[in-house]
Write a protein that binds this ligand. Sequence first.
Ligand code: NAP
Length: 304
Amino acid sequence: MFDRLALIGVGLIGSSIAHAVRKHGLASEIVATARSAETRETVARLGLADRVTETAAEAVEGADLIILCAPVGVFSALGAEIGPKLAPGAILTDVGSVKSAVVNDLSPHLPDHAHLVPGHPVAGTEESGPEAGFAELFEDRWCILTPPAGTDTKATDTLKDFWEALGSRVEIMEPGHHDLVLAITSHVPHLIAYNIVGTAADLEEVTQSEVIKFSAGGFRDFTRIAASDPTMWRDVFLNNKDAVLEMLGRFSEDLTALQRAIRWDDGDALYTLFSRTREIRRNIVEAGQDSPAPDFGRTHGQDD
Ligand code: NAP
């Protein structure tokens, strides 16, 4: 499908793309780079790329597909570095979790002869780094493409074919709408998880060892999300401020309503909400976006 794929950043997502591209034979050559010499050495050792370069500018030379797989906070600097090196007809895309900021950061550096088609595979785990990736990460998951107005439709179609070949389902969306949808489905849930784990860690009347010991009551499911990469998530919140603050405002109002329902013994209000939310979980399972196995498929010992 492509002669030369350049991966800028090879963590969980970049290494998963490398594995999947190899598995499905989608590029003749993979060239990769990362910020640190340590990661570049790991990439070479794992054979994730045919060539590893020291700089992003070297990596993109002659590439017909370039995928930025670094935290979104460095995209503007990366755009300035690689923009002048992009080959005629090259497609520049990314996997960043926010999209309006990415369009704003990359567009000014794009030469007329290249195409910018930002993307976001809605797939991931709490792991990070080049050893965390696996080829199946994108299978049956959605990938959202957010081409800015005026983007060459052929470039968008080619990228859609690429993600479908990796096993994803593809949806095209306006960048601002993507940011609003993901604020409520991903960004705010992560903030809630970071917050509740932080609150538990700060409690003085309850000891740390009790929090850990009795975590199966629900807390540990938040800790999985709260173990996500700190750099990546700092950049997500700083680059999707408006949508996250909008959704947090609504969340706080609804939380206040729940507080009031508890205070005034309004069991009906609590029961009605909890029934609606149970239905959402059913819909997610029915849509194939999670396993129907109880407790996320954890196996339980006899005394659990
Ligand atoms: P990660 O595992 O932490 O990997 C990030 C990679 O980017 C590392 O290889 C890092 O190199 C490299 N990097 C950082 N700054 C760089 C720079 N200036 N130039 C070149 N490479 C640089 O992160 P990830 O989870 O794969 O996430 C990568 C992107 O995917 C982020 O934009 C994130 O928003 C998006 N995303 C993540 C998920 C998820 O669940 N994790 C899901 C969907 C989308 P070093 O190791 O040398 O620092």
